[in-house]
Design a protein around this ligand. Structure first.
Ligand code: ADP
Length: 222
């Protein structure tokens, strides 16, 4: 099974991705995390990615594809995986199908309005050491400014500044939103309301997942 999480930046893909990992045992693959790691390592690829990310633009399809190809070839992805932040363009959607054509797919699109995104990202904090994500309003760390997981010092992400967030939302509307129609047509799209709170969203996703896995099992028997 390939589970694709679709939705605007700050829409809760990471949070719901973690929920899916617990529920399925599949690894979560976040292209944002893979890219930030490449940036930190200071590779040539990382330097090119950094320029695009800083401005709120997208990194070239070829670069992201290489990262995803390598990641899903690892043994822990054999049973399935959760893609968070990938695909983000129509050509990436075709890339992932070509990479792994026979895998059953479900797409979960999390719907959140632009106003809500701007509000959420302004209060988002993350741990530069382990990547854990917090929110000063809805997902507070136990100790202010300190990562619950590794005790690192929390910081706002540079690309969460309001002017960059606006650009990321613009890019989302232009490049990523067309994927909703693409997957609707393909028949793999499921939409959930991302503004009802973390638990309600997770419950909605669980239903979709159970229905899909149930159908998969029936299919395997028949
Ligand atoms: P968010 O979903 O909150 O925008 P991510 O951590 O997923 O944050 O991504 C951060 C940045 O990394 C994006 O703004 C973009 O520059 C780059 N990026 C992540 N995934 C992709 C992708 N699939 N294609 C191109 N660029 C990407």
């Amino acid at each position: 099974m390939r589970i694709i999480l679709l939705g605007p930046p700050g829409g809760g893909k990471g949070t719901q991705g973690d929920f899916l990992v617990k529920r399925t045992g599949f690894p979560r693959i976040s292209t944002g995390d893979l890219l930030r790691q490449a940036v930190q390592e200071g590779t040539a690829l990382g330097r090119e990615a950094e320029a695009a990310m800083k401005q709120g633009g997208l990194v070239r399809d070829e670069i992201v594809l290489d990262l995803v190809r390598e990641r899903i070839s690892r043994p822990d992805c054999r049973g399935g995986y959760v893609l968070d932040g990938y695909p983000r363009t129509l050509s990436q959607a075709k890339d992932v199908e070509a990479l792994d054509p026979d895998r059953p797919e479900i797409v979960v699109a999390i719907d959140v309005s632009a106003e809500e995104i701007v509000r959420r990202l302004a209060s988002r904090r993350s741990c530069p050491d382990c990547g854990a994500v917090f929110n000063l309003i809805v997902r507070k760390p136990a100790r202010e400014g300190v990562c619950d997981a590794c005790r690192g010092t929390l910081a706002g992400r540079e690309d969460d500044r309001p002017e960059i967030v606006r650009e990321r939302l613009r890019v989302y509307a232009e490049k990523t939103e067309p994927l909703l129609a693409y997957y609707a047509k393909k028949g793999t799209l499921h939409r959930v309301d991302g503004e009802k709170g973390m638990d309600a969203t997770a419950a909605a996703i669980r239903e979709i997942l159970d229905a899909a896995l149930g159908a998969g099992r029936t299919g395997a028997r028949g």
